[in-house]
Structure formats: C-alpha cells, structure tokens
Design a protein around this ligand. Structure first.
Ligand SMILES: [Zn+2]
Length: 74
C-alpha cells in the first residue's frame, strides 16, 4: 500500500496515517471523511487518539516511536 497522507506531520521515516470517518455522523458523530483524530500505525495496524498511546504489536518496528512532545516530557 502506498497511500501517502498529505496531512501527515510525522517523521518521514515512520509510517503513520490519520484516520477518517467512513460512516455517517449519525453513527459515530463525525461527518463522512472527517478526520477522527485517530492515528494508525501502518506497520502493525494499531490505532489510538494519540501517536504516543498506540498499543503496538510486540513485533512492530515502530513500537518505540513517540512524538517530540512525549520525548520532552518523559
Ligand atoms: Zn505499530
């Protein structure tokens, strides 16, 4: 899959994408195709509301990837 997200703010050597709603607002409260705020790890497919909170698979190459903010506060 080569689906570059133009809105990605993450480091170019890591692979994350911002999830969009695929259901009408009556289902999840988000307009169709709106960004939900969730970030998905393209290596293992896990997602969370924050790149630092993703529960990666044990074998995931990106399991130790965190935001600059996380690094500065831990
Ligand atoms: Zn991962």
């Amino acid at each position: 899959m080569n689906d570059e997200d133009p809105l990605s703010f993450t480091h170019p050597t890591t692979q994350f994408r911002l999830l969009r709603s695929h259901s009408p607002p009556t289902v999840d409260g988000f307009p169709l195709e709106a960004l939900t705020g969730e970030v998905e790890c393209m290596a293992c497919g896990s997602s969370a509301m924050n790149v630092d909170e993703i529960d990666h698979d044990d074998e995931c190459d990106q399991a130790d990837v965190h935001s600059r903010y996380w690094r500065e506060t831990h």
